[in-house]
Write a protein that binds this ligand. Sequence first.
Ligand code: G3P
Ligand code: CA
Length: 366
Amino acid sequence: MKFAKTVLVTTAIAAGILSSGAAMNIACADEAQDKIIIAHRGASAYLPEHTLESKALAYNMGVKYLEQDLAMTKDNRLVVIHDHFLDRVTDVADKFPDRARKDGRFYVIDFTLDEIKSLNFTEGFVVENGKRVQGYKGRFPMFTSTFKIHTFEEEIEFIQGLNKTMGKDIGLYVETKAPWFHKQEGKDISKATLEVLKKYGYTTKDSNVIFQTFDYPDLKYVVDTLMPKMDMSLKTVALIGKNDWGETYELKDGKWEPFDFNYLLNPKNYPEIAKYATGLGPTYEQLFNLKKTTKDHIVVNDLVKNAHINGMIVHPYTVRADALPKYCTDVNELYQAILIDADADGLFTDFPDLGVNFLNEYAKTK
Ligand code: G3P
Ligand code: CA
């Protein structure tokens, strides 16, 4: 392994170059000097994503946070699922063949919780020529054993229960999926998410939860309106997508327009963004200068530095040892580039064991 290089947020603080919007984030940025591994959808490389089984496995691998992606059901319950569709990860097309929308997709929001719980959950697949083809070939076999979708409340109780029995304090890393879409359907997923978090005692910046979303306009609504109204103030992360994903839309002059993620990549906006976000969640490639990067030599850019100057932490996503970019031959090269060379404060990975192992080896050199 390579290691070396430590750039601390305190350097920026001591130098007096933190922006005015950064002050409220300093405590969180200080914490971030301890780099962390976030279990992306649980230990999703080893067990189907977001199942409680995959969360338990990740928990025992030594992560600091377990991730929850959330969508809302027809009867207004929050379920832990990555897509706001059911078709990639369940047998919904077999059980409810007539319930797809015109686009052929089966939407979580069109099904009650009872209906969703009747589905079998599986490792993700795509349908090619009428056949189900597993997305990640080396992962858990499709439609084997029995897995079910669970509610957000069930997952919180599961993690809090484990925290009690294992004597740890592992956090939630909660993502509201497509708040803009839920709004179009007349539902406020962010309000529902905060209500559940409040019920389970997560209310302040000291609470062991990070609220993340790709929907920056909705994040502003959460911070400006919802949290003050609900007497809450949680740590937040603004996720940065790519414009061609169609990840987020915003209402402009009564029309839903694609959100331009370049706003979140431009450091000139960071003092303003820091008023809303404790941190940024870019793709790991957004930390690299890909024009200068060559095989086994990753060149990093200033994204993390600029975030740190503005008091924001950075948690990029998603490292997958079985889907490395072409410029990497070993997952540790990628962990090194993100956590050490680019100086990110943590990262999301499908392989929490490998990420934790990397940080343990790194700690031995300190
Ligand atoms: O939330 C960080 C990461 O999970 C974002 O990607 O699409 O897996 O939710 P996604
Ligand atoms: Ca996510």
